[in-house]
Design a protein around this ligand. Structure first.
Ligand code: ADP
Length: 440
């Protein structure tokens, strides 16, 4: 059944519904008709008795009895006398049951009523029962016609409903098949009813997201293959030279191999980091720690490493600030900014790190006096693999991932980040996160 087309399912459902309806109709209109009719007449008779009881002393009792006879086909006569009192003057066609050549069926009830003067009058109520056999035959014929009409209507309705429902589903299905084949431009135009419209919207969003992932994958492949190929080619050529001319190995060549290997390692690490940061619901190992202390320690370690190249890093901070954050990640973000400042610093090789606090947020700025970034490039540098085409001060080429890692880390901490720079003006890169105020 589950594999049947919608049309047949709707048809079966409608037919079932009609069958149920017809069975109920048959039961009530033929099988139970006489019983129900008698039941209703019995109730009418009871009501008539009540009415007469209330109005027995009414001077207009004759009119009431006439009304009962005309409206409800209930005849009231004195008990033991089947003939109605002459005062009632029944319509000529309304013969009394006793005088008929045959006695029609009637439900009778005899009641005693006490009049105002204390006397008792006994009345018999006749609720006439009209034979329903003829009616049943008529109804049966009618029901046969209705059954045929209902079946035809079910078929027509099933076709119309299934068309209305299945058409938009079919349209969406065709588009979904195109999407499955990798056609990410596919548009879903589900119309007809709300659910289909929502499904289309969801699929449109899914198509956009899929195309983004696909673009990212292509971009990643292109970038990674480019970034891997160059250092690998360099390493290979130097290694080949070393094999061919072992006596001519220079420290510079060895250094190049080491630098390139380092770069490859950092590229792979960065890629791992970014893919980890990309996973939704990333778990932050937050703890309350002294950011000032942590920044200072990172600066000290970095300064130690680059001291021999003549770099100087100053740290300005007024107080020890505590934050509730993932220390490893924030250190990573800061390190990326610091190492960029070193890589792109100016001839003075001087970098300043500044800590300031304002409105519950601590801001860390990394300032260099390098060539700066052109205004056109400034908004793009936070994108993945974006590198401003320009010579680096140090022989290390970047991966284009450093700033996007900073961006991600600060974003998941609910902080802000930014950069101010201009060509030949040096750059200030900064981020800010909430200060951990104990008791808040
Ligand atoms: P990379 O590994 O290339 O440094 P990043 O994502 O860290 O990748 O930086 C992206 C681009 O932003 C860099 O290629 C560089 O052109 C520019 N940039 C980053 N920091 C600075 C800076 N302090 N001064 C000048 N340019 C910078």
């Amino acid at each position: 059944m589950s594999k049947f087309k919608l049309k047949w399912k709707v048809f079966a459902f409608l037919l079932g519904f009609c069958a149920l309806l017809l069975v109920v109709l048959w039961l009530f209109q033929t099988v139970f008709l006489t019983d129900m009719y008698k039941h209703i007449r019995r109730q009418e008779l009871r009501q008539a008795v009540l009415m007469v009881e209330q109005e027995i002393d009414n001077p207009d009792i004759q009119t009431i009895l006439l009304y009962l006879q005309a409206e409800n086909d209930i005849i009231v006569t004195p008990a033991h006398d089947f003939a109605p009192p002459p005062r009632l003057s029944l319509p000529p066609d309304r013969e009394m049951p006793a005088r008929r050549s045959f006695i029609p069926e009637a439900i009778t009830q005899t009641e005693d009523f006490i009049l105002q003067d204390g006397s008792t009058i006994s009345l018999t109520f006749f609720a006439m029962i009209t034979p329903v056999d003829a009616t049943v035959t008529t109804l049966q014929t009618q029901l046969q016609i209705i059954t045929v009409i209902m079946i035809l209507l079910s078929i027509i309705l099933a076709v119309i409903i299934s068309r209305r429902i299945s058409k938009p589903i079919e349209v969406v299905n065709i588009s979904a098949k195109l999407l499955a084949r990798g056609n990410y431009d596919t548009q879903f135009n589900g119309r007809g009813f709300l659910e289909i419209k929502e499904l289309s919207d969801t699929l449109n969003t899914a198509a956009v997201e899929l195309s983004k992932v696909e673009n990212l994958r292509r971009e990643l492949m292109a970038n990674v293959s480019h970034d891997l190929r160059t250092p690998l080619a360099l390493i290979y050529s130097f290694a080949e030279m070393m094999q061919d001319f072992p006596d001519e190995i220079t420290p510079g060549q060895v250094q190049t191999i080491m630098d390139e290997t380092k770069r490859l390692t950092s590229l792979v690490n960065n890629m791992l980091d970014i893919s980890q940061l990309d996973t939704k619901n990333i778990e932050l190992r937050k703890s309350s720690y002294c950011l000032t202390e942590s920044i200072k320690s990172t600066i000290d370690t970095t300064a130690e490493l680059i001291k021999q190249d003549g770099y100087r890093i100053d740290f300005n901070s007024d107080e020890d600030i505590y934050v509730k954050a993932d220390e490893l990640k924030i250190t990573r973000a800061f390190y990326n900014l610091l190492i960029n400042a070193v890589n792109y610093s100016g001839a003075d090789k001087h970098i300043t790190v500044r800590q300031s606090v304002s409105e519950g947020y601590v801001k860390i700025e990394v300032i260099d006096n390098g060539d700066g970034i052109a205004p056109d490039d400034l908004p793009l540098i936070w994108d993945r693999y974006y590198k401003v085409e320009k010579k680096h001060k140090r022989p290390v080429t970047g991966t284009g991932l450093g700033l996007s890692i900073v961006k991600k880390i600060i974003e998941i901490h609910g902080g802000k980040y930014g950069a101010e720079s201009g060509a030949d003006k040096g750059s200030t890169f900064w981020f800010e996160i909430r200060v951990d105020e104990p008791g808040v």
